[in-house]
Write a protein that binds this ligand. Sequence first.
Ligand code: NOJ
Ligand code: CA
Length: 700
Amino acid sequence: MFRYLIFLSFLVAGCKSNKIVNTITSPNKQVSLNVNVDAEGKPYYEVSFDGQPAINRSYLGLVFREMDMTKGFEVVNAVQSSYDDTWEPVLGEVARIREHYNQLTVSLKNKEGRTMDVFFRVFEDGLGFRYQIPHQQGLDTVTTEDEISEFAMTGDHKTWWIPGDYDSNEHVYSTTAISKIDAFAYNAPDYEKKIYTQHIVLPNAVQTPLAMKAQNGVHFCLHEAALKDFPALHLRVIRPNTFKASLIPSKDSTIKSVNTLPLLTPWRSINISKDAAGLLTSKLILNLNDPCAIKETNWIKPQKYVGIWWEMHIGKSTWEYGVRQASNQSIIKPHGRHGATTENTKRYIDFAAAHGFDGVLVEGWNQGWEDWFGKWQDSVFSFTSPYPDYDLDYLAKYAREKGTRLIMHHETSSAVTNYESQMKAAFDVMNTHDVTTVKTGYVGKIIPKGEWHDGQWMVNHYLRVATSAADHKIMVNMHESHRPAGMNRTYPNWLSCEASRGMEFNAWSAGNPPEHETILPFTRIMGGGFDYTPGIFETRMNVYNKDKKEIVHTTVAKQLALYVTLYSPLIMAADLPENYSKRLDIFQFIKDVPADWQDTRILNAKIGDYLTVARKDKRSENWFLGSITDENARQYDVTLDFLDEGFTYDATVYEDGEGAHWQNNPYPVRIRKVVVKKGDQLPLRLADGGGVAVSIMKRK
Ligand code: NOJ
Ligand code: CA
């Protein structure tokens, strides 16, 4: 481990600022940044990559109700510094991460004497910038009305985008040129119908992480890092090829954020890479986040879990206990289809224990589910009171005796004030029962009414959940939150999020098109782990109900491969135990695959088409490989050059069997055992919508 920090001040206060160009490069010189102010004193930056323009002149600044911080500036100081260190994430895709950047801190002052600093950090894999508004005379707080940060791309790049929805990120991706972005006319209306809460206001707004590919093959991803006390970032196309920050408002639609000074905004991150694979190996977003804020982290563990979950999504059982009696609304009559019963939970615990899973998620265990959906009501849920047919005390103990644990579920139905009022008591109940992981959820419209899922108020709420959970030594899996922005570096107990369109859509909507999972790693997962809930072996919903047309849009072999290609330190085996029991031969891969890694290699990647990833288990010398394709069959050979020289490995290949096809014939999986060594070629044969999963176990 080594670390150095150098400071160099480039300007002397009082210099005529607009004559000075401040340039820094990444440590390897590949990325180069210029910052300056124009003739009207408007600050801007521009970026080149490999000597070619990558981001054209892009203006910077914030508009506050109290002052305009977009123009009339001069540069009063510019300080360069460098940083080089290596850190170890508690859980991650690799064991060690090098944080190596050159920083430029540009201090600006306008004629009214208002000051603003912009920090730039330039890494090999891109850059980040953030604003600091120091204390200003006569001002304690600022009201952000707009952020004008621009991202002027150099061409009409290909983008993978979802609409800039204030309330949902559970959209299907559209792939278009920047000029064709239209949030109202995205290309998959059938796929979108079932998004329950949506609020799309602007035709030209999209969400980050936004992946892009330029004509010359250079790839970009725009996102943010260290999102705290500020709304989540969306982007708006404002001129040809040019995006501008678009902040989600608060209850008062003219206000985006209210902050006391000094204000330090989240980072705006720009990944740049010569190819798609480089986006996935980049640690830029994590590096822009603060170091771990939790002192003792030995209680934070990767989680593999099963749960009473899919059976509700496919309609086999229900979250609610029963129906309210028309004559007396306070009486709930059990309807006999409740999923979270003591008996059913025991069955899942036994299954988890038999197959080595860390946890059993139980949804629908607590009172309130009769009233949760679509009513926009407060005080619906209790987070401490189980239904009468669910013996929490007994089950928590039973799970511990069997060597597994319950995973708690807190669906808030977005009545967030209600949740906050019970949160401490709810976490105390978990502590009492030695339940160490919670899944939270935010279905529906937010209470306090008028707030949005991506607004400042909710950003603060999600962080309050993560930090108060940490105080209780509780790990968190958040659904319907904002898209993660690498905060798992700082709060590693914030294991995973949904914050995107997960497997559940295949159970009750037109589903996720076969290309969906080949886009997610380059977009949503750039910011952190995704609780996608893979592992569906029974892909046809008409097996449960003959009238149902819904299907999972992959082959079964691809379901296995997703455990490697979709990163998350918390992974679910989402199907029913009875479906796994029928296919224990292929279930073996899900049992073997870990959720925490010491190394990750991207063997091939084309966004929206295919992806092959190899990862090395953090706790053994074994490797796991996953390869997935979109709706097209593919064949390629990969070289096992990541294996250790001089060793032999037993590889088990789980591949699409004869005639496999995501739509017509999803089930066939062929299992092949091969002995491999470093440098061997492994042929991968993927069916339409298919995949290959390989476990590669080192011989002692
Ligand atoms: C939506 C979540 O994504 C899903 O996982 C959960 O089962 C339901 N809400 C109910 O909380
Ligand atoms: Ca969801």
